[in-house]
Design a protein around this ligand. Structure first.
Ligand code: GLV
Ligand code: MG
Length: 326
């Protein structure tokens, strides 16, 4: 281990993160009763400029009036390049800050963006005498943000998670996409010519690099990496495939831009019975090995070592967290 100890963000379930536009208060109650781990009430891109003020009022009222028990509550403020942002922070935190767990910062571009909002929130919290510190979740969704993702991740002790905002990222990098967060058939490889064999074409994951980079930045700073939206909510198979490939790389959850995607995300990002049982067996085998003074042992013909213990511990802890929440 390094001498530098990475402090972990508060352990919250973040398997699904449901987006609810602040201009659609008719969806709030249903979201509160649903199964999403985290809900973000949106003031940014799902809200038209003329509706921003009313959406802010709706969100403040909803945070104060609706029973959000069991939910982690977030508000996505507007970008730092707009004049909406300061009022989003001032009004929401002053009037409902004690009900808010997180602020979602869109299009985070530099560490200074986070610093600026940190200063504002710190002052409001102090003035209001709030006891609970509001955390930050940053959307990495521009070329600038991806360039500076390591500094952004380390910019504030409030930071809890990084989110891959694939829609804006595509716009910013001018990537060619078909469906938001999905693959593109032009990103693939043709297998070599071989005598007497047909050549195969394999689709690749055009988002591999940015997601993998964001995951490293998140984990190196003790934050949760979260995969962003999948636009075609009439394609559950497509959603699950994208969720799984991000989970394989280390993401802890995925956005749901439609309530039907919540259960899919919860399923993909919950360890299965089988995985939990296996993790417990690994922990037992290692406990035994340690009693016998060994650093590694074999279980079912496979090597397990200290790294396996860490993985197993994470898995068992996650499953306990899920049981507690349910
Ligand atoms: C999310 O905000 C995205 O742009 O994908
Ligand atoms: Mg976006």
């Amino acid at each position: 281990m390094s001498f530098k100890i990475v402090e972990q963000a508060p352990a919250r379930l973040n398997r699904s993160e449901l987006a609810v536009p602040g201009s659609s208060p008719q969806f709030f109650e249903k979201a509160a009763k649903g199964a999403a781990d985290v809900i973000f009430l949106d003031l940014e891109d799902a809200v038209a400029p003329d509706d921003k003020e009313q959406a802010r009022k709706n969100i403040i009222e909803a945070l104060n009036e609706i029973d959000w028990t069991g939910k982690t509550m977030s508000v996505r403020i507007n970008g730092l390049d707009t004049h909406y942002m300061y009022r989003d922070v001032v009004d929401v935190v002053e009037q409902a800050g004690d009900k808010l767990d997180l602020i979602m910062i869109p299009k985070a571009g530099t560490a200074e963006d986070i610093y600026a909002i940190d200063m504002l929130v710190t002052q409001i919290e102090a003035a209001k005498g709030y006891k609970k510190r509001i955390g930050f979740e940053m959307i990495i969704e521009t070329a600038l943000g991806m360039q500076n993702v390591f500094e952004i991740a380390a910019a504030s002790p409030r930071n809890e998670s990084l989110h891959f905002g694939v829609a804006d990222y595509a716009a910013s990098t001018r990537a060619r996409t078909t469906v938001i967060g999905g693959p593109n058939r032009d990103y693939g490889v043709l297998t070599d010519k071989e005598e007497g064999k047909e050549r195969d074409y394999h689709w690749g994951d055009m988002w591999h690099y940015p997601i993998a980079k964001m995951i490293v930045a998140a984990r190196a700073n003790g934050l949760r990496p979260i995969d962003g939206p999948f636009g075609d909510f009439s394609d559950p198979d497509g959603f699950v495939a994208q969720a799984r490939r991000a989970a394989v790389l280390g993401c802890e959850g995925k956005w749901a831009i439609h309530p039907s995607q919540v259960a899919l995300a919860n399923e993909v990002y919950s360890p299965s019975e089988k995985e939990v049982t296996q993790a417990r067996r690994i922990l037992e085998a290692m406990e035994q090995a340690q009693k016998e003074g060994k650093g590694a042992v074999a279980l079912d013909g496979r090597l397990i070592d200290i790294a396996s213990i860490r993985q197993a511990q994470v898995l068992v802890k996650k499953s306990e967290q899920i049981s507690a929440a349910e």
